[in-house]
Design a protein around this ligand. Structure first.
Ligand code: BG6
Length: 473
């Protein structure tokens, strides 16, 4: 942790306004992550969280709500610390479309600043369904709340969650609106996978070890698999999920971001713009899937019982599983297949990337050996975050057989453990580091690739799979 970064964060008073303050995202991720930062002393000395939502609630109600969100996780915390933390919570009732609610929010923000005799930083977090983005963003801009006090004091930033639109046209529209209302350095587009520990580690691992980077290309790598398997189903999100589907939900964003980290060129410096440009280059090099190629490159499925979920159409064709073979048209990766595979109700919960190296020409092993001597490097994002390498060694004894062995690093063995993705998202947004946030180029390139896939998806038969499916062999 950069100590200067912490000092800088601590000394500026900051207000975090959460739209959708009592929604799932806020309850399950944001409030607990803010508390974890507070407990580790990574929040500004002076901060407040304003929950903006339509229901009538008092500050006391909202504090109780926040307290529950922290306690429900079942972690051990000092109750007095939770009390000190929730004292910084305030509630602001208002409809997203009511311009008056933004004006009264502005008055609260001014009152806070007057009490502290300062101009505090302001972070506006849209933890709401995408349908509300336009209304909130326009009202925020119209009310003047996003105007900083000066070039150097009281910055204002907007955080928005994926999905950024549902196809290239909608994404361009949202992007245009954002561009009209805010400067790029004010916009923090969240793809929380980018903030997961092992994903961040991909670049460090690749570019600080000479072992792998020289062979990180089409001459030595046979294929790369990116898997995002969840054991849970769509559950209470039927309304949202049906019509969205797995490709839009996690393929267009999380899986493609995993691909961009694994495939990007060395940005040479730890600079947000260079890193984001590197990821965007990968996404713009994706070979388009067409109506002629889709049948060979895409598999889609739906878990048995999906159409019985509340909010899901009885004859729904929405995919809950996908496996998409993609290629990159650049020198490093030409001809190497990447498999993006994701699904709900799968047999095993896992998010991982496996790099399969080509086999050696001669294994110096027993000629009858049936062993498949291939090195496989795996970045395990969850669960059991870590990195492992399968290598081959001679079996002890008189023969010449080979056995696969494993070199493994597990985060849980490290005293530091790992940091939750939303903690990292909030910490970096407060500091103003956009490295782990997607740029407009990344979002548009990802949509440019995915939109034709969605357009021609009906060419691909929908396979119904049983709960517990283990994916492609
Ligand atoms: C979200 C998707 O972006 O990511 C969800 O909308 C999915 O459907 C979730 O369950 C997975 O995130 P995580 O961090 O739980 O792996």
């Amino acid at each position: 942790m950069n100590p200067n970064r912490k000092i800088e964060i601590k000394e500026k008073s900051t207000t975090i306004v959460v739209f959708g303050a009592v929604g799932d995202l806020s309850t399950q991720k944001l409030i607990p992550a803010l508390f974890d930062l507070y407990e580790k002393d990574f929040l500004p000395h002076l901060f407040q969280v304003i929950g903006f939502s339509r229901g009538a609630r008092s500050d006391a109600d909202f504090r109780e709500y926040a307290r529950d969100a922290i306690i429900t996780r079942g972690h051990k915390h000092d109750p007095a610390n939770i009390e000190r933390f929730v004292k910084n919570f305030h509630y602001h009732a208002g409809f997203f479309e009511d311009s008056g609610a933004y004006l009264s929010l502005g008055e609260e923000l001014i009152a806070f600043d007057e009490r502290l005799k300062t101009c505090s930083n302001k972070l506006f977090y849209l933890a709401v369904p995408p349908a509300s983005y336009e209304t909130i963003l326009s009202n925020l801009a119209d009310s003047g709340l996003t105007i900083p006090c000066s070039d150097t004091k009281g910055w204002t930033r907007v955080l928005i969650e994926k999905p950024f639109g549902e196809d290239i046209v909608a994404a361009q529209k949202l992007d245009k609106l954002l561009g009209l209302l805010f400067r790029e350095e004010q916009i923090f587009r969240i793809d929380h996978y980018l903030a997961k520990e092992t994903i961040q580690n991909i670049l460090s691992f690749r570019f600080s070890n000479i072992l792998f980077e020289p062979i990180w290309n089409r001459d030595y790598i046979e294929k790369i698999s990116i898997r995002l398997f969840e054991t849970g189903g769509v559950d209470r999100r039927g309304d949202f999920y049906d019509g969205i589907g797995a490709i839009r939900d996690v393929g267009q964003n999380h899986a493609l971001q995993m691909l961009s980290a694994i495939a990007m060129e060395n940005p040479r410096v730890l600079d947000p713009d260079r890193i984001r440009a590197g990821r965007a280059d990968v996404l713009s090099s994706l070979v388009p899937i067409t109506n002629n190629t889709i049948k060979n490159q895409v598999v889609r499925g739906q878990y048995k019982g999906y159409t019985k979920i509340r909010g899901v159409a009885k004859d729904s064709q929405t995919e809950t599983y996908f496996n998409v073979q993609v290629f990159l048209r650049n020198k490093r990766w030409k001809g190497v297949p990447f498999y993006l595979e994701g699904g709900k109700k799968m047999g095993t919960k896992k998010a991982e990337i496996s790099v399969y190296f080509k086999k050696t020409e001669s294994c110096l092993c027993h000629p009858e050996s049936e062993q498949h001597h291939q090195n496989v490097l795996t970045f395990r994002i969850q669960p059991d975050e870590g990195i492992s390498v399968v290598f081959w060694a001679k079996r002890p004894g008189l023969g010449a057989e080979l056995d696969p062995k494993m070199l493994t690093f597990l985060y849980k063995d490290d005293v530091m453990g790992s940091v939750d993705a939303y903690e990292k998202v909030l910490y970096d947004a407060i500091f103003g580091d956009q490295t782990l946030f997607t740029s407009t180029d990344e979002v548009l390139s990802a949509w440019k690739f995915i939109t034709p896939v969605l357009k021609y998806i009906n060419e691909v038969p929908l396979k119904i799979y049983e709960e517990g499916f283990e994916g492609a062999p």
